[in-house]
Ligand binder design. Sequence first.
Ligand SMILES: [Mg+2]
Length: 270
Amino acid sequence: MAMNSPFDCVLLDLDDTLYPGDTGIGLALKRNIDEFLVTKLGVTAERAAAMRVELFRTYGSSLAGLIALGYDVHPDEYHSYVHGRLPYDRIAADPQLARTLQSIPQRKVLFTNSDRAHMERALERLGIDVAVFDDVVCFETMNPHLFGEAREEARANFGDAGEHPVVVLKPSVDAIVAGIRAAGTNPRRTLFLDDSERNIAAGKALGLRTALVGKRARSKEADYAMESIGSLRRVIPEIWATVEQPELGIEKKGMRSDLAPIIQPPTVQA
Ligand SMILES: [Mg+2]
């Protein structure tokens, strides 16, 4: 364990964080969602794109919006349609990332809004064994009430009353809390990596240390920023503090000024 690291756990997003944002997967996802809206809801193709944007803005995702508005969409049906047909071959194997993840001494939790099937396919393409993570927080674990008996019960109870189940996804407070629970430690000692500024802001608001991935510049709520996950070691070496600096503990380089007074040895006065 990295005793001198400021972190006890690393929470990692999957999509556009563990693989680049320019694979075309995101575009294909949007196209699939639009198709889903046309096919299942009967909206026009022109209306679908605007509706998708509006649902995302208001409810966090298209699925969350559809369920909130009372559409009887099963998450599995939605996910197999919009995720199941993605061009996964555009995700390239990343053996360096696999090694980096393995070398992180802290607890590691994959923290994604995506469904488990998508997560498994994306990780398989990356060449990352899901077992490298100590825990997984994904769509299914955040939303057990949308499946099986719980779903049937909710439909029976609320179906006619105009109330619909809430879909729990980042950046909602409930989702971030699910991540913090899985981290199992003080949020101040948990590092949260995500490519979404919205998610980073939500994590920061609940006390997490934050790293924005896929961006050169930090957003206001991000403690760190890196253009790609490949720069993790260079940008946040303190994850491996003890491993890399056995004598000195945490080195000053890369340290944020607000932490520096806590961990740097006091100056000896002559
Ligand atoms: Mg993401």
